[in-house]
Design a protein around this ligand. Sequence first.
Ligand SMILES: [Zn+2]
Length: 462
Amino acid sequence: MRSMYFIIALILFQTHLPDGFSQANDSLLIRRIYTEALSKPVAYHNLDYLCNKIGGRLCGSSQAEKAVQWTQKVLNGMGLDTVYLQPVMVGHWERGEKETGRVVSVKAGNHNLNICAIGGSVPTPAQGLSAGIVEVKNFEDLKILGREKIEGNVVFFNREADPTPIYTFNSYGGSVDQRARGAMHAARYGAVAVIVRSATPAHDNYPHTGNQHYADSVKAIPAFCVSTNDADSLSEWLKSDPKLNVFLQASCILYPDTISYNVIGEIRGSVHPEEIIAVGGHLDSWDIGQGAHDDGAGVVQTIEVLRLFKALNFRPKHTIRVVAFMDEEYGQRGAKVYADESKRLAETGKQKHIAAIEADRGGSSPQGFSIDASDEEMKIVSSWKELFKPYEIWFFEKGGSGVDIRELKSQGALLIALVTDSQRYFDYHHSANDTFDKVNVRELELGAAAMAGLVSLIDRTW
Ligand SMILES: [Zn+2]
C-alpha cells in the first residue's frame, strides 16, 4: 500500500514538474543521447554497409531490393515492437551502357564529354545521334530562337548555378529547372536531344544526374547532363566553332513498374500508441554513386534515433516510427503510398501523426531544424534552443520540411527537416562522387543525436 501512495505521489509530482526540473532532465537526457551516439557509431557502420556492400540503389533495381531486405534485417535486430514492409509500385528505369558524348570539330578539335543520361531519359538511336548544338540559358531563349534555329539540333542548357547564396540548396533550386523540364521544352521546338549543365555550384568533372519530366503532348527526346567543367569548355568550343557537331549515345531502358517497399520500424508509445512521431530518410538513390549523403545518411541516422532510445531505455509516450522511404528520387511514390495510407488511418481515427522529421539534406554537420508549424508550435520548439546550444545546434526557423513527409500536413503534424551544413552537399549530390568516404563519422552521428534529442522533447511536450 505504501508503495502505491509513493507511485501516486510520483505521478502527481511528475505531472506538475516545475520548468527548471524538466529542463534539467531534458538536458541530462540529451547529454546521454549524444554520449551514446558518439561513443558507439552504429549509424556510421550501417552507412558503410549500405554504400560499400549494396551501393547505388535506384528504385526498381536489384540493389534497391537488397537495400530493402537489409534495412528490414537491421530493424529486426534492434528489438523494436513492430517492423514491416509497406508495398509501393515503383518505376524501373535503367541507364544501360555507359553513355558517350563527343564533340567533333575541325576548328575546336575532338573532345569527349563527361555526360550521363538524366533519370528517365529515352535512349538515342542504337547507333547514336550527331547534330549541331544551340546554347541557351533558359526557356525564354528557346522562344527567342524559335523552331527555325532549334529544329534538328541539340539544345545545350548552360545557365550556371548562382554561387552567391549561402545555403546551397537555394543555388540548386535556381538552376534545376533546366534538368527537370529542359527536354520537354526543347522538344517543342524540334530539338533532337538536350545537354544540361549539371545543377551544382561546384566546378568539377562529374555529371550530376536527377529526375526530369516529359510531357505527353511532346516527343520524348534523349536528355543528358554534363559536368560543369565540360559545360564551360563546350561553351568555349562553340564560340570558336558555332557549327561544331556533337555525337551522343545512350541505351537507357524503361521496364514495366515493379513492386518495392517502404521499410518501417516502431517503438510503441506507452501512453498514446496511436499517435506517431515519424523520422525518416529515403532508401533509394541514384545509380551512379553510392547514395551516401543522398540519402543513405538520412536512413541510417533515423534508424539511429530509435537505436539510441532503445540503448538508453527511453520509453516514449508516443509511438516513434522510422520510415525508410522508397523512390524519392525517381517518382516519389513511396511518399505517396505512405501519406495515403496514414491519411486513411487518420480518417478512421486509428492513427495520427503528431510530428514527422525528414533527414535528406546530407550527412554533414547538423545546424538545426527547418520547421513547418504554426506560430504557437514555433514558440514551443524555439524554446528548446538553449538545450541544444552546447551541441552547436542553433538553427530553428520556419521553413519547408521535405518531399517524403510534406503530405502529412493534412493531419496537423508538426513537420521538420534536419538542416545540415550545405557547403559541400552539391559536390556530391546525384553524382559518382556521392560515396561513403565523403561522410564524416562524427558529423553523421551528431545529426542522429540532434534528431533523437528533438524527438524526446516533442514526445514529452505534445
Ligand atoms: Zn535525397
